[in-house]
Design a protein around this ligand. Structure first.
Ligand code: KIV
Length: 267
């Protein structure tokens, strides 16, 4: 094992030191290699692969096979990175036995270091079992994309006093069950600050304010690969436009005969 790789036991220390944790999604070998070279701490193979890469409208159709395939590619691109496997919809909900088998496949077959699953106190028994079997678990609270059908849309979570209290109770339950960190998706910044100060484990925010212990973003949003940018994201590049421009220049060169040139040809 690489001695510079961040370990699960280092997460709480990192939070205590005040040094922010930086996480980004990755779905393939080149993006994983780029993220690792950029000094990103944690690579999340998110089930957002469904909407960013596979052309689905939601994350619900993503399968274990999809996740294993993409996680193995990420591992090949970043052999020393801490890689988290996002458990897809219905890979852990049917039963704890099935969840344990699937999480085991993430580690054994795809080379993940940990798994992430969405939800609160209802998963405490499962999380204890996974952690007991040696599988590190990251929680995910707030906006839960896998519950889009029942919630009816992508909305900021925890805006009422009751919802905020429920989130805090769920966060405490996850911490107690043994998660090493919790993602908070789209909660008010003040609640992100409050929950972060009340937990021992780090909070990783996406649209949850600057006071979380770290931040996570979807790589396609950061790189400007999609037309729509969520409010919580910032575009650091315009790779979508660059791709379109490069491909239309190539098409034009083929049409005009400018490509291939002498230097692209074999004798
Ligand atoms: O799938 C994903 O990309 C995620 C992030 C939004 C945290 O779960």
């Amino acid at each position: 094992m690489n001695k510079n790789k961040i370990t699960v036991s280092a997460f709480a220390k990192r939070k205590a030191s005040g040094e922010k944790l930086i996480m980004v999604t990755a779905y393939d070998t080149p993006s994983a290699a780029a993220a690792a070279a950029a000094g990103i701490d944690l690579l999340l193979v998110g089930d957002s692969v469904g909407t960013t890469v596979l052309g689905y409208e939601t994350t619900l159709p993503v399968t274990m096979a999809d996740m294993l395939h993409h996680t193995a590619a990420v591992r090949r691109g970043a052999p020393d990175a801490f890689v988290i496997f996002d458990m897809p919809f219905m890979s852990y909900q049917p039963s704890d036995d099935e969840a344990l088998r699937n999480a085991g496949r993430a580690i054994k077959e795809a080379g993940a270091d940990a798994v992430k699953l969405e939800g609160g106190a209802e998963h405490v028994g499962l999380i204890r079992r996974l952690v007991g079997a040696g599988i590190p678990v990251m929680g995910h609270l707030g906006l839960l994309p896998q519950r889009i059908q029942s919630v009816g849309g992508y909305r900021v979570a925890g805006r009422t006093e009751a919802a905020a209290a429920q989130l805090l109770a769920d966060a405490r339950a996850l911490e107690e069950a043994g998660v090493f960190a919790i993602v908070f998706e789209c909660i008010p910044s003040e609640l992100g600050r409050r929950i972060t100060s009340e937990l021992q484990v780090p909070t990783i925010g996406i649209g949850s304010g600057p006071d979380c212990s770290g931040q996570v973003q979807v790589i396609h949003d950061l790189l400007g690969l999609l037309d729509f940018t969520p409010k919580h994201a910032r575009r650091y590049a315009e790779l979508g436009n660059m791709m379109r421009e490069a491909l239309s220049a190539y098409a034009q060169d083929v049409r005009s005969g400018a490509f291939p040139s002498e230097s692209n040809c074999f004798k």
